[in-house]
Design a protein around this ligand. Structure first.
Ligand code: TXA
Ligand code: MG
Length: 317
């Protein structure tokens, strides 16, 4: 498989990336959560390339990335909750689902024909610089093949894609390490569609209680059970392990006796653990072990997002 060119972030590589995006090509770029696969959100043809490159079903809508709140408001209809949350957490790891502005020129493919749009103002300096240079909103899913682990390094991205993408901008490792939190703010009660980089404990003091994901409708594929999965089967909440298993540990007393071990955070720091999650899963996935045994992770703060990804990765279909 041809590997796409990987270039460090420089003024020159940013200009090149922006030119490629304006010409309708795909470019992978770093955000503070995970790497994204960018296309000009206003071009049907460019957006269609994202679905083709990822092998992603076209009924699964994408997040639109913008430079600031003002730009977000030209594409979505903000309300009180969105105002408050944007003031508090943007730029950052939080995406809002809001009614689409009728005058928005974002491609209907991005929103999969829905009358709502997911929108985010990312904080990574390279992502912001790219957005400013492109001067058009960027549609970007995580830069992995559909259903696979999300990438937190440029190398992960290159492993997923061949020549279907034109360039990978290398900004080093992503700081947050799990995807953005997605909140549906389009109806009266805010709904947590996907736990992520901004925690429920941070959000609820600002806008009140969140409802959890609705049971009846699949609104975010993050909700599809088997997602973010490595090739090696995953066993969660492991209190023991066998000699042909790899261990994904948490805390100062990692399980012993496995074939390989990576520790998400010896100090039990959930922020550190989130930052390490996908990178360590990528590493353990390459060890040819029968299974990855994951130690229990506290279900609070970023632990909610970590457990959400692990639970889905462990569900086999
Ligand atoms: O951190 C992130 O959010 C990364 C970086 C690149 O920004 N992006 C990301 O995108 O995780 P993706 O495509 O892997 O996940 C976006 C999620 C999907 O589960 C999609 O279904 C949901 O957002 N989504 C997008 N538009 C939506 C809408 N109008 N209503 C409900 N869910 C929506
Ligand atoms: Mg994804």
């Amino acid at each position: 498989m041809n590997i796409p060119p990987i270039k460090k972030i420089t003024e020159q590589s940013l200009t090149e990336a922006a030119d490629l995006i304006r010409r309708g090509e795909l470019v992978a770029f770093p955000t503070e959560t995970v790497y994204g696969l960018a296309a000009n959100a206003c071009s049907d043809e460019a957006v269609a390339k994202i679905f083709a490159a990822k092998g992603r079903p076209t009924f699964n809508p994408l997040i639109v990335h913008v430079t600031n709140v003002g730009e977000a408001q030209t594409h979505t209809v903000f309300n009180d909750s969105a105002d408050k949350l944007a003031a508090m957490f943007w730029p950052g790891a939080l995406s809002f689902v809001l009614p689409k502005q009728s005058k928005s020129n974002v491609s209907a493919l991005v929103t999969a024909g829905l009358d709502t749009m997911a929108i985010r103002n990312p904080a990574h300096p390279a992502a912001l610089a790219l957005l400013k240079e492109v001067q058009t909103p960027i549609a970007a899913p995580s830069a992995n093949r559909s259903g696979c682990l999300s990438p937190t390094t440029a190398k992960h991205v290159a492993e997923h894609f061949g020549s279907s993408i034109s360039l990978v901008l290398d900004g080093g490792e992503c700081g947050v390490g799990v995807e953005s939190t997605i909140l549906d703010l389009s109806s009266k009660t805010p709904v947590l569609l996907r736990p992520g980089g901004v925690t429920v404990e941070e959000i609820e003091p600002v806008i009140g209680p969140l409802s959890q994901r609705p049971v009846s409708k699949i609104l975010a594929p993050g909700m599809l059970e088997n997602h973010y999965a490595p090739k090696t089967p995953i066993r969660i909440n492991a209190y023991n392990c066998s000699s042909n298993e790899a261990v994904l540990a948490y805390g100062s007393q990692p399980l012993t006796g496995g074939k390989f071990m990576e520790n998400l955070s010896p100090e039990e720091d959930l922020i550190e653990a989130a930052g390490n999650l996908f990178r360590m899963l990528h590493i353990l996935d390459k060890r040819n072990c029968s299974q990855i045994a994951v130690m229990p992770i506290p279900n609070e703060g970023l632990g909610l997002a970590i457990n959400d990804r692990l639970k889905r990765a462990s569900t086999q279909t």
